[in-house]
Design a protein around this ligand. Structure first.
Ligand SMILES: *Cc1c(COP(=O)(O)O)cnc(C)c1O
Length: 394
């Protein structure tokens, strides 16, 4: 295929043309600072409020519970650090999981150095938190439970409502990193008893560098950036007006198409899973088959090295992602794949493909064809595979 096949939508997505179009006037004509008094600029305040309303509506929240940030990582940092500080008088214990994004895990490690105690829950073989283990982890000094809505690597969706109900019953705050789930799965913050929720625009065809933290009214939360009075004095800095407008547009469009888009994605996702399972031997689907993001496919291929797979796929114009972090200078396989119990050598041979609304069946047919050929070639060069086949034939 001459066209690029982009199957890395969990890493980032293409900014939708109508999003770019909506943003442009806020760079060119309407560049005023929303805090200024003259009407040329102050109109931008209403524009921001409107975007807050659009976002709040999709969550069943109120507009003044939405705080704009510079993205998912900042929202996660804010939720954890500020609650830790504000509720330190009540206790210093936080519960999270072993499969969170590094924006949560590394913030927890930082908090441990500040004297907080963090419990990292195990997950089952599909990546789902066990409710009895969560219950058992709760202590009188637990102030916060932070569990992601859906996992960015294996796509597993957590029992968020049950977790929220439990947290609510025990009077513990509940934060969820919903960066992957927002606008992919319907979310209502009241039904799920969510007190704080992180999201990011660039994961849903919006621009990079803009996100929000939903903070339920009544939650004591400290300011994250000190300075001006923006974001109800909680997060100072001149608003990223074009980004906020782009985010609003992205949410509007993603919310309107949610059902239709995800139905189509689920169909294509399952088609891809079926074909790989039927046509490529010695592979394993990672993550839950049903409680799974509509666009996530993650496989481990035995006797194959994930990085080599990615390079060969790249040569065929296919963009995907592996579960190992070799590119960042470490040879450790993904913490998520290890947490679901994969041995190192199997975790190393993992591949994540995340679809978009633009993905077609023809593209996936080309991907399966390429994958079959590449996996076979790589295995033919593997001494481990050779041994394995010899033993099989004995
Ligand atoms: C992408 C991602 C983040 C980070 O969001 P940024 O906007 O890139 O900072 C956090 N959590 C999850 C689950 C993600 O997928």
């Amino acid at each position: 295929m001459d066209k690029l096949i982009y199957l890395d939508n969990a890493a980032t997505t293409k900014t939708a043309p109508e999003v770019v179009e909506a943003m442009l006037p806020y760079f060119t004509e309407n560049y005023g600072n929303p805090s200024s008094v003259y009407s040329f600029a102050s109109g931008n305040k209403d524009v921001i409020t409107r975007q807050r309303e659009i976002i709040a509506d999709t969550l069943g929240a109120a507009a003044n519970e939405i705080y704009f940030t510079a993205g998912g990582s900042e929202s996660d940092n804010w939720a954890l650090k500020a609650t830790a500080e504000a509720y330190a008088g009540k206790g210093k214990h936080i519960i999270t999981t072993k499969i969170e994004h590094h924006a949560i895990l590394h913030t927890c490690e930082y908090l441990e150095k500040q004297g907080y105690d963090v419990t990292y829950l195990d997950v089952d073989e599909n990546g789902i938190v066990r409710m009895d283990e969560l219950k058992a982890a709760i202590r009188p000094d637990t102030i916060l439970i932070s569990i992601m809505f859906a996992n960015n690597e294996i796509g597993t969706i957590q029992p968020i409502r049950e977790i929220g109900e439990l947290a609510h019953e025990r009077g513990i705050l509940f934060h969820t990193d919903a960066v992957q789930a927002f606008c992919q799965v319907p979310i209502n913050v009241d039904e799920c008893h969510i007190d704080m929720l992180s999201a990011s625009a660039h994961k849903l065809n919006g621009p990079k560098g803009i996100g929000f933290l939903y903070i339920r009214k009544g939650v004591k939360i400290r300011s994250f950036v000190h300075g001006g009075a923006q974001e109800r004095k909680r997060r100072a800095g001149t608003e990223n007006v074009p980004g906020i407008v782009g985010f609003g547009k992205a949410v509007e469009r993603a919310a309107a198409s949610l059902k239709e888009r995800t139905t189509k994605e689920v169909e294509l996702r399952d088609y891809l899973i079926d074909r790989i399972e039927k046509e490529i031997p010695y592979c394993r689907l990672n993550g839950d088959r049903k409680k799974r993001l509509p666009n996530n496919v993650n496989f481990s291929f035995r006797f194959v090295e994930g990085e080599s797979l990615l390079i060969k796929l790249d040569m065929k114009g296919i963009c995907a992602s592996s579960g190992s972090a070799c590119t960042s200078g470490s040879l450790d396989p993904s913490h998520v794949l290890l947490a679901i119990g994969l041995p190192h050598e199997i975790a190393h041979g993992s591949l994540r493909m995340t679809l978009s609304e633009e993905t077609t069946k023809e593209e996936l047919d080309y991907v399966v064809g390429s994958l079959k050929e590449i996996v076979e070639n790589l295995r033919n060069m593997s001494p481990l595979y050779e041994d394995f086949i010899k033993k099989q034939n004995r």
